[in-house]
Design a protein around this ligand. Structure first.
Ligand code: DC
Length: 223
């Protein structure tokens, strides 16, 4: 099987940017599992379902057809690439991603996509749960303050309005808390994952480090 790189970490640590660049450098497929949870959150909001309507949500997830092509996300034939980054989806997604019915189905789909290897997968439970045999495992993180600062710069670029650093720090800390204290597959560094704290690293430095780890893993596998 072709190698898999698994990257976990909290919101705003730079996972998406780094994962895309690593995938491009190594010619691997980019699997953004957060986008899959966001697509389901978007469907749940569109259908006006409450979180306790588990049976309805389970049906919705099992019937959802999510297609990821590069960075484009299509669900049930609708291009939701931009829609899944809205503040409404962002504020609901952690709670929806904590539901067992949602996780079971999406993990199945993620493992099917990764079955042949040759992917860089990013999320919260890639190293510990979805791809425990991945050749390279990374926990990419940064301080809450640094992540809020980066998110603020993204929002200014994306013209989503002005948010204060305090508001962003609180929203990031809230999501961290939900993601890391949920019952099923909480966000947590896997014992065998290498932690990279990106506060004082450039994107290129992080990408280089992961590419080197991958090359080392391949070289060792062929010894
Ligand atoms: O990485 P992101 O911000 O797009 O992720 C959106 C949400 O989905 C986030 O609150 C955590 C959740 N998620 C998850 O629970 N498991 C994953 N493998 C990926 C994301």
């Amino acid at each position: 099987m072709l190698p898999i790189i698994a990257i976990d970490g909290p919101a705003g640590a730079g996972k998406s940017t780094v994962t895309k660049l690593v995938a491009a450098r190594l010619g691997l497929l980019f699997l953004d599992t957060g986008a899959m949870y966001r697509a389901i959150a978007w469907l749940v909001l569109e259908a006006n379902l409450a979180l306790d309507q588990e049976q309805k949500i389970a049906e919705l997830v099992s019937q959802a057809k999510i297609v990821l092509t590069g960075t484009q996300v299509v669900v049930n034939g609708i291009d939701v690439t931009g829609l899944i980054r809205s503040p409404a989806v962002t504020s609901k997604v952690s709670e929806i991603a904590a539901l067992g019915v949602v996780r079971v189905e999406l993990v199945k789909q993620q493992q099917a996509i990764g079955a042949q290897g040759g992917i860089v997968a990013e999320g919260r439970d890639m190293c510990s749960y979805v791809f425990p045999d991945a050749q390279v495992k990374i926990f990419l993180t940064a301080s809450v303050q640094e992540r809020a600062r980066r998110r603020q710069m993204d929002l200014v670029d994306g013209r989503q309005g002005e948010f204060s650093l305090e508001q962003l720090e609180k929203s990031i800390a809230d999501r961290d808390l939900i993601d890391s204290t949920r019952e099923i597959s909480p966000l947590k560094k896997a014992d065998d994952a290498v932690e990279i704290i990106s506060d004082n690293l450039t994107i290129d430095e992080v990408v280089d480090r992961i590419v080197r780890m991958y090359q080392q893993a391949i070289a060792t596998a062929h010894l």
